[in-house]
Write a new protein. Structure first.
Length: 562
């Protein structure tokens, strides 16, 4: 967290000033408060890094609290996935795991207090009528005909709501504030509604549940949160949170809003991500194309790369669109330092070295990572018949083509210089089936004793020793920078990138990849960064996922499509 901790922003300025003024006795308490109604995504990672990072920097504490106030959308699966994601990113809430449902009894008491003081009432309008009565941004709202109910009647009705004596939608509890307020959130907001759905923690104990607006601030207060860090969409809700705190006379948490993450070629709406899952556009929340933390983890992203990305984008008060290439840059930089180099051929073409002895096999030295000498070397087997990438051969060469073609000499990585002497083709398809070469035995290791130079170096694997695997090439999920923008005039799903997943069968890999484990990162030389798919591994299937290409080729592709 060094880069994030050293950066200065408006949140730190506020906290520095509060510490200077000895607010909260100099204590710093933050929290990360996800709703368990979906999987966390890269936008949540920004909030996780900020909340836990602030607490660590100032010697404070950060809690994990689930705002589980809507049982109709929440599941234990989401709770467990969120806990796993936060831990995977490297953050520890220790013994401070909280749920808003822990406070349901206390929140009910708060509601009774507001009713008893004439500051809340049971409304029997329908939700559609409540919206109509609320008014607009230009016109004030009007009082509900039930606003004048007596305290006694409101208490009685609210208790019957709790006891399950009314149907969903028949009544709600509203705060009595100001229907003419310029802030529409202050126009008698709903603070309790009837939901007769079993809760993932409290089962059927409750028939009424607090709204997020009512529960959020009070939960912060009950936990002694000093600085409640929220995204900008809650800025207009802050006066409401302050009103509740003041009227209830409880601990004041200072809410500070910051800009949420908006990422190009991506959507970060949990509702829309859920649509992609439910409609089978993707294989699940952890599909490697998804911007979820579990999806990024399955694709091969590292915690360090995500934290570095969050540090790079910083914290501001202004909404902006972050280019996804920055996230891709962060994973490339991280994997360049730590990923093992290996050779793999994804689209294989057979090469026969005619003058290489039939029964000879050699074990050649290969560097594991040129960025880190401590990672050492490995042995790769070499023999008469090899596989190379089909793109590394052309029937007819050109001036700027430095790979294999008739009469041209290239270097085989870590091996020998070879010269193409011919090729054979399938008469029915016209496709090249094998390439014939000769090798210079004096060039072992990739250099010539006579000093001659070759411009092309290609990778390869030995046919006799290689292993086969399925490889999945993942790319950006959407084909336009802002798929969810109204200016596009289309549904975001219409911009789904049909080439976001390409599956290659029977790829040829060097034998060192026979004993692989999930979450180990590899650079397939000249091809990109890859990792074992952990889900397929659990099913006893070895599949490699491409994390990212070696270079950002997307811009070139986009330019060529113009």
């Amino acid at each position: 967290m060094n880069s994030e901790n050293s950066s200065h922003n408006f949140i730190r300025e506020i906290i520095d000033e509060d510490i200077k003024d000895n607010k909260h006795g100099g204590k710093i308490v933050t929290r990360f408060p996800p709703e368990p109604n979906g999987y966390l995504h890269i936008g949540h990672a920004k909030s996780i890094c900020l909340n836990f990072g602030i607490a660590k920097e100032y010697g404070g504490i950060c809690s994990l609290r689930f705002d589980d106030t809507n049982p109709a959308k929440e599941e234990s699966e989401y709770v467990e996935s969120i806990k796993e994601d936060v831990k995977w990113l490297g953050f520890d809430w220790q013994d401070r795991l909280y749920f808003t449902s822990d406070y349901f009894d206390k929140l009910y008491e708060f509601a009774i207090k507001l009713i008893s003081e004439g500051k809340a009432y049971v409304d029997s309008l329908s939700m559609e009528q409540i919206r109509d009565y609320r008014g607009t941004l230009k016109e004030p709202g009007k009082d509900s005909p039930y606003r004048s109910r007596s305290v006694e009647e409101n208490v009685e009705l609210f208790e019957k709501m709790k006891d399950g004596q009314f149907n969903e939608g028949s009544h709600v509890l509203r705060a009595k504030i100001d229907m003419s307020s310029a802030n529409i959130n202050m126009r008698d907001p709903v603070i309790y509604r009837i939901i007769k759905t079993s809760h993932h923690r409290t089962a059927s104990k409750f028939n009424i549940y607090p709204t997020y607006d009512f529960a959020h601030g009070q939960s912060d207060s009950l936990e002694g949160v000093t600085h409640s860090l929220c995204t900008l969409e809650f800025e207009d809700h802050r006066p409401l949170y302050d009103w509740f705190i003041k009227e209830l006379g409880i601990h004041v948490s200072r809410q500070i809003e910051f800009a949420r993450l908006n990422l190009s070629f991506t959507i970060l709406s949990k509702r829309k991500l859920s649509e992609l899952v439910k409609n089978n556009h993707v294989s699940g929340w952890d599909d490697p194309r998804m911007p979820t933390i579990s999806g990024l983890r399955r694709r091969g992203f590292t915690p360090e790369s995500i934290i570095n990305f969050c540090n790079q984008i910083g914290v501001s008060k202004n909404n902006s669109l972050i280019d996804i290439s920055l996230l891709e840059y962060c994973i490339r930089i991280d994997l360049n330092k730590k990923a093992l180099r290996v050779m793999a051929v994804l689209n294989p073409l057979k090469v026969i070295i005619d003058n290489y002895p039939d029964d000879l096999e050699e074990q050649l030295d290969a560097i594991n990572n040129p960025e880190d000498e401590s990672m050492g070397t490995r042995k790769v087997p070499f023999s008469k018949i090899l596989y190379i990438e089909r793109d590394d051969f052309r029937e007819q060469s050109s001036k700027k083509y430095f790979r294999l073609s008739p009469g041209k000499e290239v270097r085989l990585r870590y091996a020998y210089f070879v010269t193409c002497t011919g090729f054979t083709k399938d008469e029915s398809t016209g496709q090249v089936t094998e390439v014939h070469c000769t090798y210079d035995p004096r060039t072992k290791g990739g250099s010539s004793p006579d000093g001659r130079k070759v411009k092309g170096t290609i990778h390869w694997v030995s046919q006799k020793h290689c292993i086969e695997s399925e490889v999945r090439l993942y790319d950006r999920l959407f084909s336009v920078s802002e798929p969810d923008s109204v200016k596009n005039g289309k549904d975001y799903k219409e911009y789904f990138n049909q080439d976001s997943l390409k599956t290659l069968k029977s790829c040829k890999l060097e034998p060192s990849l026979r004993e692989v484990r999930p979450y180990c990162n590899y650079q397939f030389e000249r091809l990109g960064y890859f990792c074992i798919d952990p889900v397929e591994y659990e099913n006893n299937k070895i599949v490699f996922n491409r994390t990212i290409s070696l270079r950002d080729t997307w811009a070139k592709i986009q330019d060529s499509n113009k």
